[in-house]
Design a protein around this ligand. Structure first.
Ligand code: HOZ
Length: 432
């Protein structure tokens, strides 16, 4: 498999684009290869500029739950395109998607559309601060909430991949408003609230972390956070940009039965186009401008094309709930198959899976927080990633990202992936 054209495009891209990419997580920095330049995608497959095809386990980092170019999404997009691309004025489709979101996620009584997950979390913490009149934000080490200044403290995803604990360019005064605690430790949260509870505006977390690889919440953890925040009058924000409409139709809050005050959404909600959203309790959302004093705005918010793709995706997911059973079954098959292949090859591996999110860690585990996630052998991960890529399997290019299984992957695709993993893990064993 050659990547001559991708490498040449990467060299060209570096002339005018920082690092040749428009988002660091896709740069392949941690896996010793040049990033692939993708020409097109269809169903479960990506096609690169050299004409190679890959089974896609990234799914645009989550949005493509139905696979690429789903006919219902394309039809909705074509229909919207015929009417125009942006009006900067309200449309009836925005009412339809808001109604549907509130129906699917009952904790969201009022919702505002934005253009990305980053905008959603940035706005949500502003609203939480406006609502409580407090400044401090509690987040968790290894959780990533987009590139919001005050949330780029001990964050996962690209920062973890590049080994940047705190981003340059964030004023110390902003970072000082963030308290970063270990994930899955209720004791740490209790202690923090005992000391500074009356100053904490909100607790924001990925209820199932995807950005240090997939890390599930421990038994009772989400319930514990709910109790502590309630006791101290802080807003509990579930960042469901990854998990929303993914780990269940109603997201992690439905899967675990814990109700947050606010929720942030992204990825699947746009059906592959740029959409984010934040919402929650009506009394909290009543603080948002133009009704309330917390300002937040956007020229392209509620863009008709993006809303059309998102609405088509959500309608399909709601109308066909068997999609969730289907992708979970395939993800389970993948997780079990690869774990067995690792054992057969004598490679130490811990497999974390929640619904259709999966991560292979190269350490004995259990992987429950940043300390245990970052104990994975990232050099071994790199060897595995490259061996899989050479066999036509496109995995996330970092240990600190999750695999997303889409509905377009067939059982034959999963079986082929397990066979590729068995060969790749033998290669890993022979090199380590
Ligand atoms: N934030 C995304 C993964 N956690 C990656 C975005 C990208 O580089 O495309």
């Amino acid at each position: 498999m050659n990547h001559i054209r991708s490498s040449s495009l990467f060299a060209q891209a570096q002339r005018h684009i920082p690092g040749g990419v428009n988002s660091p997580a896709r740069a392949f920095n941690a896996v010793g290869r040049d990033p692939l330049f993708i020409e097109r995608a269809d169903g479960s497959r990506l096609y690169d500029a050299d004409g190679n095809s890959y089974l896609d386990y990234v799914g645009s980092w989550g949005p493509m739950i139905l696979g690429h170019r789903h006919p219902a999404v394309l039809e909705a997009l074509n229909e919207a395109l015929r009417r125009g691309t942006s009006y900067g004025a309200p449309t009836s489709s925005e009412i339809d998607i808001a109604d549907l979101i509130c129906e699917i996620v009952p904790s969201i009584e009022s919702v505002r559309l934005v253009n990305s997950g980053t905008e959603a979390t940035m706005s949500a913490i502003r609203v939480a601060r406006g609502y409580t009149g407090r400044d401090l934000v509690v987040k968790f080490i290894g959780n990533y909430h987009g590139h919001v200044d005050s949330l780029l403290v001990k964050a996962g995803s690209g920062l973890a991949t590049l080994g940047i604990s705190d981003s340059a360019g964030v004023p110390a005064a902003f970072a000082a408003t963030t308290i970063a605690l270990p994930f899955n430790s209720l004791a740490a949260v209790e202690e923090c609230f005992e000391a500074r509870g009356d100053k904490i505006a909100c607790v924001i977390l990925e209820p199932v972390v995807g950005n240090m690889g997939c890390v599930p919440p421990g038994e009772g953890y989400l319930e514990g956070l709910r109790k502590i925040t309630q006791k101290h009058g802080a807003v509990l924000i579930f960042d469901e940009v990854m998990t929303g409409f993914r780990v269940a139709l109603g997201g992690a809050q439905q899967r675990y039965g814990v109700t947050p005050d606010m929720t942030t959404l992204g990825k699947i909600i746009g059906g592959g186009l740029p959409v984010g959203a934040y919402g929650g309790r009506k009394d909290i959302m009543a603080k948002v401008s133009p009704v309330g004093p917390v300002y937040q705005a956007g020229t392209l918010s509620g863009n008709p094309l993006a809303v059309a793709a998102g609405l088509a995706t959500l309608k399909l997911l709601k109308g066909e709930p068997q999609v969730y059973e289907n992708i979970e079954r395939k993800a389970k098959m993948l997780a079990q198959g690869v774990a067995a292949a690792a054992a057969a090859a004598g490679v130490t591996m811990t497999v974390n899976r929640v619904a259709s999110m999966v991560t292979f860690f190269f350490n004995p585990g259990p992987v429950t927080d940043w300390d245990s996630a970052s104990a994975s052998r990232t050099d071994v991960f790199g060897t595995f990633f490259r061996a899989m890529l050479d066999r036509g399997i496109y995995l996330p290019c970092s240990q600190y990202e999750a695999i997303f299984v889409s509905a377009s992957l067939s059982e034959e695709d999963i079986e082929a992936t397990i066979r590729a993993a068995a060969e790749s893990l033998k290669e890993v064993a022979s090199k380590s």
